[in-house]
Design a protein around this ligand. Structure first.
Ligand code: ATP
Length: 386
C-alpha cells in the first residue's frame, strides 16, 4: 500500500515520465514532438486506488492522468490521430495503470504566430537549395501531354514512399494538375498562419494547386504564375526534410523546366515518352533544356510500350521512341541518358489511378507484387543509385 506522501511522490514522478513519453509523440503534420511544439500545457496526475482486475495488473496503483493539449488550429483534421497517440503512450506505462483523459483546446493567435515564426526561422526560404539538403529531387517531364507523365510521377512517388523513403511530391502542372485525383485527395491543405501543410496520401506528402479553392487558389495564380507558384510551393509549404521530392512538371519544352532548375539546382530530370515519333521528338526537346540550365537528365521512361493481349505483344504506338530519346539526349548532352524503363499499356494504371490510388499499391497501401510494380521498384532504385 502507498502512503499519501508516497502516492504524491509517485504522481510527481509519473507527471515527469509522461512528459518525457509525450516528447516522442510526433505531430503528423509538423513532424515535431507535441512537447517541442508547446502543445502540452499541463499534466495532472491524481491517485485513484489500486487495480484488482487483470492478474498481471493486480496491486498496481491507478492514476487518473489529464493531459491539457493545445492544438495549432481548431478542428485540426489530425486531432484524432494526435489524441490516439497520446492515449497509447499513457496506457503503455508500465509502473502504474494510467487512466488517460484529455482536455483539448486551441492555441491563442499570439502563441500560434510565434510558433510559426520560430518554425519558419529554422529553415531557409526554399529548404531544397541548402548545400546540406539530403533530398533527391526528380522532375518528371514530357514534351507532349497525355503520354502518362503524371501517372509515372504518381506511381514513382508511391513506390518510394512504400519502400520506406520519406517522400514528397509537387504537382507543378498548375494548369493541368492531376496529382490530387491520382492520390484521391479531396481536402484542402491546412493553412497555419501562412504556412501550408502538405496532405499525406498513400504515404506521400503532396501539394497541388488543385487542392485549393477560392481566394487561396487566386493567390497562388497571381504574378508570373508558373515561377511563383512553384516558389510558393517550395517555400511556404512545411516539407520537413524528405528523402525524395518528385515534381510532376507541365508538358512542354521550356519555361517550367527552367524555373525548376533555377529553384531546385539539384533537380534531376526524368523524361517520359511514348514509343511513337510524335511524342519522342518533342520529348528530346524537353530534355535539351539541360543545355541551357545546369540540370542533369537522369534517364528516359517509355510508357505505353506495348499491350499484352492473348499471349500477343501488340505495339500499339509503334516502337523505339524511348531508345531514340535516350540516344539523342546522350549524344547532345555528352553523357549517358539511359532508357530506364519500358512500361506496358495496362488498363489498371488508368482505372485504379482514376479511383484515387497509384496502381503500384494494393488497397492496404503495400506494394503490389505484379511486374509493373517491380519495374517501378527497379526504377526507384536505379534513380537513387547514381
Ligand atoms: N501505361 C498506361 N497504361 C494505361 N493507361 C495509362 C498508362 N499511362 C497513362 N495512362 C492513362 O493515360 C491518360 C494520360 O495519362 P497522364 O495523365 O498520366 O498523362 P500526362 O502525360 O501526365 O498528361 P498531361 O500532361 O496532359 O496531364 C490517363 O488516363 C492515364 O490513366
Amino acid at each position: 500500500m502507498l502512503t499519501q506522501s508516497d502516492g504524491e511522490a509517485f504522481a510527481k514522478r509519473i507527471k515527469s515520465d509522461v512528459f518525457t513519453l509525450l516528447s516522442k509523440v510526433i505531430d503528423p503534420e509538423l513532424g515535431r514532438s507535441v512537447t517541442d511544439l508547446g502543445m502540452i500545457t499541463d499534466i495532472e496526475v491524481e491517485p485513484a486506488g489500486f487495480a484488482s482486475g487483470e492478474a498481471n495488473d493486480l496491486g498496481k496503483p491507478i492514476f487518473d492522468v489529464t493531459v491539457y493539449v493545445e492544438l495549432t488550429i481548431e478542428g485540426c483534421p489530425l486531432t484524432a490521430t494526435i489524441s490516439e497517440r497520446i492515449n497509447q503512450v499513457l496506457t503503455s506505462y508500465q509502473q502504474a495503470i494510467l487512466r488517460p483523459r484529455q482536455e483539448v483546446s486551441s492555441m491563442s493567435q499570439d502563441k500560434l504566430s510565434s510558433l510559426v515564426d520560430q518554425l519558419k526561422a529554422e529553415r531557409r526560404a526554399n529548404p531544397f537549395t541548402k548545400a546540406s539538403s539530403k533530398t533527391r529531387v526528380f522532375a518528371v517531364a514530357s514534351g507532349k501531354g497525355g503520354v502518362g507523365k503524371s501517372s509515372v510521377a504518381a506511381n514513382l512517388a508511391a513506390t518510394f514512399a512504400a519502400l520506406g523513403y520519406d517522400t514528397a511530391a509537387i504537382d507543378a502542372d498548375i494548369y493541368g494538375f492531376s496529382l490530387p485525383g491520382l492520390f484521391g485527395v479531396h481536402t484542402q491543405p491546412t493553412n497555419l498562419n501562412g504556412m501550408l501543410m502538405p496532405i499525406t496520401a498513400w504515404g506521400v506528402k503532396l501539394i497541388s494547386i488543385g487542392m485549393f479553392a477560392g481566394a487561396e487558389r487566386a493567390i497562388l495564380w497571381r504574378g508570373p504564375r508558373l515561377q511563383r507558384s512553384l516558389e510558393q510551393f517550395l517555400s511556404d509549404v512545411w516539407w520537413g526534410e524528405p528523402d525524395v521530392l518528385i515534381l510532376d512538371l507541365a508538358p512542354g519544352t521550356g519555361d517550367m523546366a527552367i524555373s525548376v532548375a533555377q529553384a531546385l539546382p539539384n533537380a534531376e530530370m526524368v523524361i517520359v515518352t511514348t514509343p511513337q515519333p510524335s511524342a519522342s521528338d518533342v520529348a528530346v526537346r524537353s530534355g535539351l533544356v539541360a543545355l541551357q540550365v545546369p540540370t542533369r537528365v537522369r534517364g528516359v521512361v517509355e510508357n505505353m510500350s506495348w499491350y499484352d493481349h492473348n499471349d500477343e505483344r501488340l505495339r500499339i504506338f509503334g516502337q523505339g521512341g524511348g531508345q531514340r530519346v535516350s540516344d539523342q539526349l546522350s549524344q547532345a548532352l555528352g553523357y549517358s541518358v539511359p532508357l530506364l524503363a519500358q512500361l506496358p499499356l495496362e488498363p489498371p494504371i488508368r482505372t485504379i489511378g482514376e479511383g484515387g490510388r497509384p496502381a503500384v499499391l494494393q488497397e492496404n497501401g503495400d506494394l503490389d507484387s505484379g511486374s509493373l510494380t517491380q519495374q517501378f521498384v527497379k526504377l526507384a532504385h536505379d534513380l537513387l543509385a547514381a
